[in-house]
Design a protein around this ligand. Sequence first.
Ligand SMILES: Cc1cc2nc3c(=O)[nH]c(=O)nc-3n(C[C@H](O)[C@H](O)[C@H](O)COP(=O)(O)OP(=O)(O)OC[C@H]3O[C@@H](n4cnc5c(N)ncnc54)[C@H](O)[C@@H]3O)c2cc1C
Length: 388
Amino acid sequence: MSAMLDAIVAGGGPAGAAIGTLLAGQGRSVMLFEKTAAAQDKMCGEFFSEEGARYLAALGVDLRALGAVTIDRVRLAARDVLAECALPFPGLSLPRRIVDECLLQRASASGVAVVRGTSVEQLTGEPGEWCARLSDSTEQRSKDAFVATGKYDLRGRKRNGGSQNDLVAFKMYFRLTAEQEQHLRGWVELILFPGGYAGLQLVGGGCANLSLLLTKSELKRCAAEWSRVLTHAITSSAHLASRLAGATQLRSKPITLSAIPYGYRRTATEDAPWYLGDQGAVMPSFTGDGMSIALHSAFLAADAYQRGVTAHAYQTMLARQLKHPVQFATTLSRCMVSMPALAQALRLYPGAMAWIASCTRVPSHFVKIGDSHRTSPYPSFHRCAGDI
Ligand SMILES: Cc1cc2nc3c(=O)[nH]c(=O)nc-3n(C[C@H](O)[C@H](O)[C@H](O)COP(=O)(O)OP(=O)(O)OC[C@H]3O[C@@H](n4cnc5c(N)ncnc54)[C@H](O)[C@@H]3O)c2cc1C
């Protein structure tokens, strides 16, 4: 048995790397386990919202310095209808393999023992004494445990389905023609087609990210083949067809993900570990806010931890803060799949897209970076008043 640490973190995505860095900054002994041994592409549209970029900057990760491109306009395409408007906030775009590596390097530099290529297989115990069983057949004990495994559930800690759980995701990088790249520069495009929708944007280096969601029933009709899925999207959307005309696929096969529990928010239970990021709540991806939420959950949890607030109280607070944006976005996501005619309404009122973008993210009054010691979001949850 190894020595007792203050905290173990399962997962080294945005949520895990951020909580590790923040806890190490509080002087805690932290060990983080990340199952991938090296940087790799991840399922993501790679749009960083303004809050996400601010949280990253607070962790010492400067997206622009890493080569991010600016996205400040949104275009919705459905059948022959296009609706366009400026985003209410400028976003940034950069491949996750760059950002996630940079975050893990920051965690390591702040004192986190980052263990790559090792999975947490199972987590047992209770607050005060947790035991993580690892893929290398060893165990690690800690006083607290933070679960940030994103899309993958730990054994015996499965999330329930979410309120929209029939979508399957595909991600492919393309090199567009120079003309199409020019048309896409500065835009994030949402493309609606029967049984699904896709996001398309440049991510730097002349590379465009197409992240596509399709219902399981539509996927069956496409015989679960990527080439047929892409053909289905292209034949249903003249806009996507022109974007991808003459484009080259940059991966031999797409990254895929099934069983995404959109709309999920974890209910707090006693004696549970701290759940962050997609393990705490799953925002439909068209909002481009999942990473902000992951980072927000880490800052909220680190603040709670420092104040002596329980994991239960943190989880309740996170679920409360995200209730309206996640519910609203999931309702919209369902409409986008079932009512592609939605674009007609948005063409008449394109400004509604800016309003939708504002309503489907962490409310700005909850985003507290650097001043969290002044006001507590946990007025009624303190274990002891002396911690405030
Ligand atoms: C199709 C699609 C498009 C999206 N587009 C966007 C977008 O444009 N912008 C945006 O902000 N969000 C987007 N999201 C959401 C975003 O990807 C997630 O919300 C975000 O990655 C959550 O961060 P996380 O740290 O919780 O999990 P992750 O980023 O999934 O990181 C989890 C990490 O844990 C590791 N891991 C998993 N299991 C274990 C284990 N047992 N032991 C150790 N390590 C483990 C994984 O290797 C991974 O590195 C999209 C999601 C989908 C599905």
